[in-house]
Design a protein around this ligand. Structure first.
Ligand code: SF4
Ligand SMILES: [Zn+2]
Ligand SMILES: [Zn+2]
Length: 312
């Protein structure tokens, strides 16, 4: 098969787009796809500095690389989750990536904050992923606001969005369906806009991009991901995709184009303010402070002051 753009020998085959590219043209193609998504969905402008949430995995590092290569002003934010060797490797890879490209990186070590994932799990009845989701959302929102960024970008890809959509549909989570969109505008003074520039890019494509760009990312999955429901949905969608190429893209795209309209107005309204930390909340406490209360009740202590550090 020949490269669609330059007619040289193709190395990356994209079934859902019914096309194939050589290495150089694939990198170009993917960067342009992301640029188009950013522009079409009005995610951010070239005047805005984008804070990229980076885990050390292929998607978030590929996203940071793409945005920087496209000439957007970027900085990274990373949470060291405290999940043993996995977190250690994630932090090392993220820091090495930022150093090599001279990019600014904000790192928060959850152990120093008193909320490392294993600590929280041991002190509450929550699953690791439930606790982790609440903590990540809280810190990313908080750091983006406190450091004055107008927009926070995450590396959620097409597979993530399709799996999330399937889960929301299977359980008819109307509130979540109303909110599922690649651009989440601010609904509270302490919320910055949140965007997903990779929402049309498949996991296969980000993996190929990371490989071709020589990005050194954490290959191992988090040990807590074993048996995660999200993976079951991804597996089901992958089976459909094998038989019907383009299913994931059509599922997400058509939901955004037509299906989502049915749920607008069910988003649960605008959030109030957490009486403890000032973050957006549905109720008197935000989800993070609710979690902290559980930890404190068990441990009878408050978390240490913020330990954010910044490089370079
Ligand atoms: S698998 Fe669960 S615990 Fe691990 S990083 Fe993801 S959400 Fe956090
Ligand atoms: Zn080519
Ligand atoms: Zn709070």
């Amino acid at each position: 098969m020949k490269c669609k753009r330059c007619r040289r020998k193709a190395e990356v085959h994209l079934r859902q787009h019914n096309s194939a590219f050589c290495r150089g043209c694939f990198v170009f193609f993917l960067q342009r796809q992301v640029q188009r998504a950013v522009e079409k969905q009005r995610m951010f402008t070239r005047d805005e500095e984008v804070l990229v949430a980076v885990s050390g995995g292929k998607d978030s590092l590929a996203l940071w690389d793409i945005l920087a290569e496209l000439g957007f002003r970027t900085a990274g934010v990373h949470l060291a989750l405290g999940i043993g060797a996995y977190s250690q490797a994630s932090t090392e890879k993220t820091e090495a990536f930022a150093r090599a490209r001279g990019q600014r990186l904000i790192t928060v070590r959850l152990e120093e904050e008193g909320v490392a994932i294993p600590t929280v799990v041991a002190a509450t009845h929550r699953s690791a992923c439930a606790a982790c989701g609440i903590i990540k959302r809280h810190y990313f929102d908080r750091l983006a606001f406190e450091y004055g960024f107008p927009v926070l970008a995450t590396g959620h890809n097409l597979d993530d969005e399709a799996a999330r959509l399937l889960g929301n549909v299977l359980h008819w989570q109307v509130r979540h369906l109303a909110k599922q969109h690649p651009v989440m505008q601010s609904t509270h003074e302490r919320f910055v806009r949140k965007v997903k520039p990779l929402f049309r890019i498949s996991e296969y494509e980000t993996a190929a991009y990371a490989f071709l760009r020589g990005i050194d990312y954490v290959v191992d999955e988090c040990p807590n991901s074993v048996g995660a429901t999200q993976l079951v949905y991804k597996d089901a969608l992958n089976r459909l995709e094998t038989v019907m190429s383009g299913t994931k893209l059509a599922f997400v795209q058509e939901f955004l184009r037509t299906g989502r309209q049915a749920f607008v107005g069910h988003s649960g309204g605008v959030p109030e303010t957490c009486t403890r930390c000032g973050a957006p909340a549905f109720g008197s406490l935000c989800a993070f402070c609710g979690l902290l209360q559980e930890v404190e009740a068990k441990r009878q202590r408050r978390p240490a002051a913020s330990s954010a550090s910044e490089t370079p």
